[in-house]
Design a protein around this ligand. Structure first.
Ligand code: NAD
Length: 499
């Protein structure tokens, strides 16, 4: 059986804690590897290594650091097929979707090649007599990222690319469910010229996470995962005086106005609701058609499309819309929530619970489910399902539709489909949600903008990637300098002001 250890000091090291987790192939249900779960002592060793390597890396000029990322981008392209295969084998998503996962991370690496520009400070000449004032952005030291299973390439890259480009060293604690790709990314960074010790991968579970949160030398923690763990990581990291940005779960609504192109809206809902088996924090899980006519027209289009979804293992090639769920527990949880929706009185218009994949009976597959007549009090509306399940909540008018995402506890993404500019503009302006799509169902910002949810989808005040990532992983120092030639001598006892 393959074992996966850690990547510390530029090389693979075996785990020494004696604890391991099983890594499954979700398509077959087989255990294909065992991943080491780090002890706090192993985490500490990685931090010491990272701390020793960091000053020399920070002292490199930013262009030289950027060149490592430039080379890394080339290597990602070179190894795209290999990375995608490893990703799909542990996650279950299709190969084209796995490539999307890698490319969305690669795009952040490309953005971070602009580090020399992004790290420039500000300068004021002549702020007072003989006085110049300037600010500089300096790295924090050792920083960390804790990432979820659903984007095992993209989210680690969102974290470590800006942190490393800014001159920090990095501890990545990826999901224990699909650890291979993060390890391959660390190998590629070394091949790209990154000095040993700057990017370390420590595999593990709660013990390693708690080690990160309590370690006195880790200055900042970027987390992505479920909301309860995000809240925990945020409070423990900040109580220990660290910077933290923690992104959590979601319940993304898409409002369909009566004037929308219904075929376009239905297609958008199918891709955004069922792609990656719904295991995306930006998946649309609630459709809100406005008015009975729009609701009926939408259901008429959604039902055959959900029934026609093609489900299969990633090895089946391009002819598959989505694959299995990640684990047996995830499958049981999603099916349990669908049962609960039926018990609570929602109409299950398409039932995918009994789907079996011929030849893959032990895989974690289920078919697409479509609920109609869902109401606000139902658990399938309140909870993040994270599976191939779309709920339709019928609203009588725009105000009632708007109120649904406004009053939901999550605030990651949302969308509106309409041909009316006034309505779209009003929606974008009033909605209390971090990422908004207008006739775009998954409005994931590109690498040079920032990504982050509001309410219980995000804790902390800076977003991921874009300029915010450089703000998060650096601190500002402001220097006031005076060269005294031509100035009068004598002590000043009054606080200097610009009189
Ligand atoms: P998860 O919360 O189970 O795990 C995330 C990370 O936390 C993993 O590294 C895991 O090892 C660690 N962890 C798990 N339990 C822990 C505990 N008790 N104490 C300390 N650490 C613990 O999340 P997941 O199932 O891997 O990912 C899916 C979730 O992530 C969904 O809720 C999804 O919406 C969310 N997500 C959010 C975003 C975003 O940007 N908002 C992006 C992707 C995924």
């Amino acid at each position: 059986m393959k074992t996966i250890g850690h990547f510390i000091g530029g090389k693979h090291v075996e785990g020494t804690s004696g604890r391991f987790a099983d890594v499954y192939n979700p398509a077959t249900g087989e255990v294909q590897a065992k991943v080491a779960l780090a002890s706090q002592a192993e985490l500490r060793a990685a931090v010491e290594n990272a701390a020793a390597a960091q000053p020399a890396w920070a002292a490199q000029n930013p262009q030289k650091r950027a060149r490592v990322l430039m080379k890394f981008v080339d290597l990602l392209h070179r190894d795209m097929d290999k990375l995608a295969e490893a990703l799909s084998r542990e996650h279950g998503k299709t190969i084209p979707d796995a490539k999307g996962d890698i490319i969305r991370g690669l795009e952040v690496a490309e953005f971070c090649i602009g580090a020399p520009h992004l790290l420039k400070g500000e300068f004021t000449e002549g702020a007072g007599p003989g006085i110049d004032m300037y600010s500089m952005r300096q790295p924090l030291g050792v920083v960390a990222g804790i990432t979820p299973f659903n984007f095992p390439a993209m989210i680690p890259m969102w974290k470590f690319c800006p942190a490393i480009a800014a001159g920090n060293s990095f501890i990545l604690k990826p999901s224990e469910r699909d650890p291979s790709v993060p390890m391959m990314l660390a190998e590629l960074m070394i091949e790209a010229g990154l000095p040993a010790g700057i990017l370390n991968v420590v595999n593990g579970d709660k013990e390693a996470v708690d080690g990160v949160l309590d370690d006195p030398d880790i200055m900042a923690v970027g987390f992505v995962g479920s909301t309860s763990i995000a809240a925990y990581v945020y409070s423990r990291a900040t109580a220990n005086g660290k910077r933290a940005q923690c992104f959590g779960g979601a319940k993304n609504h898409m409002i369909i106005m009566p004037d929308a192109d219904m075929d376009q809206a239905a297609d958008a809902l199918i891709g955004a609701g069922y792609g990656a088996a719904g295991e995306r924090c930006m998946a649309i899980s609630v459709a809100v058609p406005v008015g009975e006519e729009a609701a009926n027209a939408l259901m008429k289009r959604l039902i055959p499309r959900v029934e026609a979804l093609k489900i299969g293992p990633y090895t089946a090639g391009n002819d598959v819309d989505f694959g299995p769920l990640v684990t047996a527990q995830a499958l049981a949880r999603v099916k349990g929530l669908v049962d609960q929706g039926v018990n609570e009185g929602a109409t299950l218009a398409v039932d995918g619970r009994n789907f079996t994949m011929q030849g893959y009976e032990n895989g974690y597959f289920m078919g697409g489910c479509l609920f109609d007549n869902v109401t606000k009090d139902m658990s399938i509306y309140k909870e993040e399902i994270f599976g191939p399940v779309l709920s339709v909540v019928r609203a009588k008018d725009y105000d009632e539709a708007l109120e649904l995402p406004m009053s939901h506890e999550y605030g990651n993404g949302t969308a509106i489909f309409t041909r009316d500019g006034d309505t779209a503009r009003d929606f974008a302006s009033r909605i209390n949600i971090g990422m908004v799509g207008i006739n775009v169902p998954i409005p994931v910002p590109l690498a040079y903008h920032t990504f982050g949810g509001w309410k219980k989808s995000g804790f902390g005040d800076l977003n991921q990637h874009g300029p915010d990532a450089f703000r998060f992983y650096t601190r500002t120092k402001t220097v006031t300098s005076r060269w005294p030639s031509g100035l009068k001598d004598g002590a000043e006892f009054v606080i200097p002001t610009m009189k």
